[in-house]
Structure formats: structure tokens, C-alpha cells
Design a protein around this ligand. Structure first.
Ligand code: ZN
Length: 147
């Protein structure tokens, strides 16, 4: 189990050091801004949605390793998903980091973040990108806060 944990951390630090899809998106037609005052994490998420499908996703921001890695993994996962699938993913991820059990299978690589469950203060770091996603999909223009 200790080895698995090391592997998970490797994925998290890899995504922190080299975040994927880390840029603004000129073609974006959805945008969300998120802020986690507890940790100081900030994320701006850009989505290109066509016919109810997310065809492109990117983000910029600054924050701790968990918040950046989570947003990076999330953008990788979102491409090609329908809006409905993205919402289901949001719920599944929320469950993953707040409850025992659940089905990490459908979350793929995102399952590496299950470990934050043991650190309640970090759950807000892990879910910041996701709350921002929710706001972007809902069309809220103002910044979302995890507080
Ligand atoms: Zn954080």
C-alpha cells in the first residue's frame, strides 16, 4: 500500500510541475473562476462547448500541488464528455474525496486524489477546479469560492 501511495503522489507532483492544458482558451464559450481562501488557490477554467459536448478544456491558476494537479487531471478528463457526463463526473469526484467507498473506476487517473479524504482541509483544494467547472457549466459569471 505504501508503494501505491508513492505512485499516486508521483502522478500528483507530475501534474503540479507540468500542468496539462495550462493556458487560456481563445475559443472558449464557457469560463469559470474559483478561489479557495483557506489555501489561497485560484483557478480560471475555460471550456469550449459544442452541441452539449466539451470539445476543449484548459485552465490557468496558482495554488498548492493538490489544487493544480486536480484541475490538470480534470481538464484531461473533460475533453469529449457531454455536459451531462461532466456533471456526473463532478458528483463522482466529490464522492471520491469525501466518502469511503464509491467507484473510483470511472474516474480513471483522478482516483489518485482519493487520498485527500484523510485530510479534510485539502478536500477544498482538490474540489476547487470542479466547483469552478460547475459554475462554468451553469453559466455563473461571478467567482465561486469554496467557502
Ligand atoms: Zn490548496
Amino acid at each position: 500500500m505504501a508503494e501505491l501511495r508513492d505512485l499516486y503522489q508521483e502522478v500528483i507532483f507530475d501534474h503540479y510541475r507540468r500542468p496539462r492544458n495550462f493556458h487560456t482558451l481563445e475559443a472558449a464559450n464557457r469560463k469559470g473562476e474559483g478561489y479557495n481562501p483557506l489555501c489561497g488557490d485560484r483557478v480560471t477554467l475555460y471550456l469550449r462547448v459544442e452541441n452539449d459536448r466539451i470539445v476543449n478544456a484548459s485552465f490557468v491558476g496558482a495554488g498548492c500541488a493538490i489544487s493544480i494537479a486536480s484541475a490538470s487531471l480534470m481538464t484531461e478528463h473533460l475533453k469529449g464528455k457531454t455536459v451531462e457526463q461532466a456533471r456526473a463526473l463532478f458528483q463522482a469526484f466529490q464522492d471520491l474525496v469525501t466518502r469511503e467507498g464509491g467507484d473510483p473506476q470511472e474516474l480513471g487517473k483522478l482516483a489518485v486524489l482519493a487520498g485527500v479524504r484523510e485530510f479534510p482541509a485539502r478536500v477544498k483544494c482538490a474540489t476547487l477546479g470542479w466547483h469552478t467547472l460547475n459554475a462554468a457549466l451553469t453559466g455563473m459569471s461571478s467567482e465561486v469560492s469554496t467557502e
